[in-house]
Design a protein around this ligand. Structure first.
Ligand code: SF4
Ligand code: SF4
Length: 396
């Protein structure tokens, strides 16, 4: 049995009866939530291939794909205002181009059961962070046995396998936000549904600080798993300046809006994230070389950099960083207890802990990874609700 497994068994043996009941009840609830998802959404099973002909018009095809005529025109690389009633053959569209466009649109159809999987993973993570990580009654001297990594690794594996490779790329948090803006330029017939989907992801990012990213997003989980491998530790200690990573991420977000609304590029509907969407990995379908390059470079980069895609590119990562100000459960540091020893700053893979210790209002992203929760010698760090009283002066 390796050191990590021993630590997990020791942690489990120290849990109180109440905590063990909570653990098993949460696991059962997670299974029930996912089971309910499968029962209520039989359509989440693999999609059938749909056949269309170039003798059909955009108006005949688009509703069957659940997109607007503009969206289909964009996929076919036609102007958004092209005739929607002429047969595609007359618009110069070939059979191969049509099949490619249909294939791409269908790859974005949501596997609805994934929403249930996301809820289950976030619930499990939240219960672990707030109720189970430190056994009841254990004192600070035993802190090294708190928050073992195994439960987190299991959650990450489930995310990659179930929410990723088994259920495919959509829905995911990144597309959740992009689709809201796409529907603003008429690329989806149901803007309300896209706003609700985005709201779902933001709620899961706010109920526990960035929990959807830290514990459930399949691509984020893949990056986290690679980064967690116990190799190249010295290089990993070097952290990228948050001002740099966040500026690049914010610039990409603004560029996305400018291209999408046609301010740059001369035509509406261009989505720059399409060319770097790593979630295509879960459909094993790399539509462009740039997507393949993004997947390879971010996964290789994850050996030495913490979540490079999340830090540099992801629009949901950027928006959920802003939303962190409203998180209910999060890492909190009691400024009166904190001696500024730097133990949490050292183990944090980002500048989040550093910002929290300094009491910054807008610290770097915190992915609720729990690395800092078992290192504080004076027990000044807790993962708790912002409404909890009893912590004297907290950076939140
Ligand atoms: S920031 Fe990372 S973890 Fe969060 S949605 Fe984006 S890819 Fe996923
Ligand atoms: S180590 Fe850093 S990222 Fe992880 S929970 Fe602590 S503050 Fe957040």
């Amino acid at each position: 049995m390796n050191k990590e497994n021993r630590k997990t068994f020791y942690w489990f043996s120290q849990l109180s009866v109440k905590q063990r009941i909570s653990l098993f009840a949460t696991a059962a609830l997670m299974v029930a939530i996912v089971g309910l998802g499968f029962l209520m959404n039989p359509a989440s099973k693999p999609k059938k291939t749909v056949k269309f002909s170039v003798d059909m018009s955009i108006r005949q095809i688009a509703p069957k794909l659940g997109v607007t005529g503009k969206a289909l025109a964009r996929e076919l690389k036609l102007p958004l205002d092209v005739s929607k009633i002429k047969p595609l053959r007359k618009l110069g569209v070939t059979h191969e181009e049509l099949q490619h466009a249909v294939h791409h649109i269908l790859s974005h159809v949501d596997a609805t059961v994934k929403y249930y999987v996301y809820v289950a993973l976030v619930l499990g993570g939240l219960v672990f962070l707030t109720m189970l990580g430190r056994p009841d009654g254990s004192d600070t001297k035993q802190r090294r046995t708190w928050y073992p990594r195994s439960p987190y690794i299991v959650s990450l594996l489930l995310s990659v396998i179930v929410a990723g490779f088994l259920l495919g790329k959509s829905p995911n948090p990144m597309e959740g936000i992009v689709k809201v803006f796409k529907s603003m330029v008429g690329l989806y017939p149901d803007p309300g549904a896209k706003v609700i989907a985005f709201g779902f992801f933001i709620i899961l990012a706010v109920v526990g600080n960035k929990m959807i990213c830290g514990w459930a997003c399949p691509f984020g989980a893949f990056e986290e798993l690679i980064y967690s491998l116990p190799i190249l530790r010295k290089i990993k200690q070097k952290k990228l300046p948050f001002i740099l990573t966040n500026t690049i991420r914010a610039c990409l977000f603004i560029a996305m809006l400018l291209f999408l609304f046609g301010v740059f590029g001369g035509r509406k509907g261009t989505v720059i994230y399409h060319y770097v969407n790593p979630f295509n990995l879960f459909n094993l379908d790399f539509e462009t070389f740039s997507i393949l390059l993004t997947v390879i470079s971010t996964l290789l980069g994850s050996f030495i950099i913490y979540r490079p895609f999340c830090q540099f590119i992801c629009p949901f990562g950027f928006v959920s960083w802003i939303a962190e100000r409203f998180s209910i459960f999060r890492v909190r540091i009691d400024q009166d207890e904190c001696t500024q020893c730097g133990a949490c700053i050292k183990v944090c893979p980002l500048e989040a802990s550093k910002g929290l210790v300094a009491g910054k209002k807008m610290p770097a992203d915190c992915f609720s990874c729990a690395r800092c929760l078992n290192v504080c010698p004076v027990d000044a760090i807790q993962y708790t609700s912002v409404f909890k009283i009893g912590l004297t002066k907290c950076s939140t």
